[in-house]
Write a protein that binds this ligand. Structure first.
Ligand code: T4K
Length: 375
């Protein structure tokens, strides 16, 4: 088979036409409000709350700082139950707050935290659960809430992959006490870098807004050692333009995903995630899982072969967070505790997926994966 002419990466950021963005830049240059809750920041908060169907949203410089701050807003301490199958920022947010992560295994269907394993991990020091809607597929939110209510725990969702996802006809970020979003360049909705916390009431939004501005609650009052994690006006302006193109981008993503599903159906040893029920997806990622025994070569061999053919897929999420040196020593990091997570991390490859990816390229990627020559 012929190598692809140009490198194809796991993703490529969506951007509007530059001409569409320039009037916004002009406005920033004219009024000289660059940051600190400027007009574009205010407008984007309102537009996103409406768009996502959530009560309140606070914009952040990125998703990681939103996570770190979310834990502070709810005064989370001690131990927090979380998943090892995520991007490292999820657990790092605990580390930055001096909180001990307690890893719980994932369920094999979607790779989200397994609610049935949470109770066994609760100790007197547990204060919260930090699940991730991985790849944008909703966690078992009702069951997680049930457990949290019984034990008096807070729930903070890492919804970094979940922009625009609806579950049972409502925005996924309505579940839990808080949800955090990421608007990083690689996400379905990007402001280059960016993020947000979604909350349910005005008083909490106020506290979030203080915390992201050094803790200032007025000119001379500092309510806590907050950090500077504000989104600036350029990011917010870009968000206002990006949101206009969101739906069209999601439609393109869906066509690509449908094409992958067709092209990869019935390949022995290759599995895909099922379609989640009661969910409007955002088609953020397209993970496949390689079973070495039946497929014939390992995930890593396939990953390397794809690379040699100019296809730069990624192993999201390998290694597991629990394998990184700062977490490896934890009791909950042991392999026996995390058998499903270990298996999925060993088998996963996320294939290229972005609105401008050509369907011809998708077909070629499927052909490579299907080809005997690759093995
Ligand atoms: N929680 C979860 C569950 C997350 O997945 C993330 C971030 C966070 C929290 C934290 O949110 P942020 O603080 O980031 O807002 C990427 C992203 O940097 C990261 O945002 C994301 N998750 C993670 C899953 O993926 P890398 O190291 O894989 O990105 P990178 O730079 O290798 O980019 C992948 C490909 O995308 C490149 O090969 C080419 C293309 N690309 C990338 C960038 C940045 C471009 O074409 N243009 C670009 O500007 O982490």
């Amino acid at each position: 088979m012929k190598k692809l002419d140009n490198p194809i990466y796991v993703t490529q950021p969506s951007l509007p036409e530059l001409e569409e963005f320039i009037p916004y830049l002009q406005q920033i240059w004219d009024n000289k409000i660059l940051t600190n809750n400027g007009p574009f920041h205010k407008k984007l908060e309102k537009e996103l709350a409406d768009f996502l169907g959530v009560p309140y949203i606070s914009l952040f410089a990125n998703g990681t700082l939103a996570l770190v701050s979310a834990l502070q807003v709810l005064r989370i301490t001690g131990e927090v139950i979380t998943t090892p199958y995520s991007f490292v920022a999820t657990t790092h947010s605990l580390w930055w707050n001096n909180i001990k992560p307690v890893f719980v295994d994932i369920e094999p269907e979607f790779g989200n935290i397994d609610p049935e394993k949470i109770e066994a991990a609760i100790t007197p020091k547990t204060t919260a659960i930090l699940p991730v809607h991985v790849y944008g597929n909703p966690c078992k939110v009702e069951r997680i809430q049930e457990i949290a209510d019984i034990y008096g725990l807070k729930v903070i969702y890492d919804a970094a992959h979940c922009f625009g996802v609806n579950y049972k006809k409502q925005g996924i970020c309505n579940f839990g006490d808080l949800s955090i979003l990421s608007f990083h360049a690689t996400k379905v909705f990007n402001t280059m870098e960016g993020g947000a916390i979604v909350c349910h009431d005005k008083a909490t939004k106020k506290r979030i807004d203080y915390l992201k501005n050094f803790g200032f609650a007025g000119e001379t009052t500092v309510m806590a050692p907050g950090i500077n994690s504000k989104m600036n006006e350029m990011q917010a302006a870009l968000g206002l333009v990006q949101i206009k193109h969101y739906q069209e981008n999601i439609t393109k993503r869906k066509t690509i995903v449908d094409s992958y599903r067709k092209g990869l159906a019935n390949i022995e040893g290759i599995t895909m995630l099922p379609l989640p029920e009661n969910t409007d997806s955002n088609h953020a990622y397209f993970p496949i899982f390689v079973d070495e025994k039946t497929y014939g070569i390992s995930r890593d061999q396939l990953y390397e072969k794809l690379k040699q053919n100019n296809i730069f897929a990624r192993r999201y999420f390998y290694p597991l967070i629990s394998e990184f040196p700062m977490y490896k020593g934890l009791e909950s990091s042991c392999t026996e505790n995390l058998s499903t997570a270990n298996r999925m991390a060993k088998e996963v490859i996320c294939l290229p997926l972005y609105p401008d990816l050509l369907l011809e390229t998708v077909s070629e990627i499927c052909l490579y994966i299907n080809s005997k020559a690759i093995k």
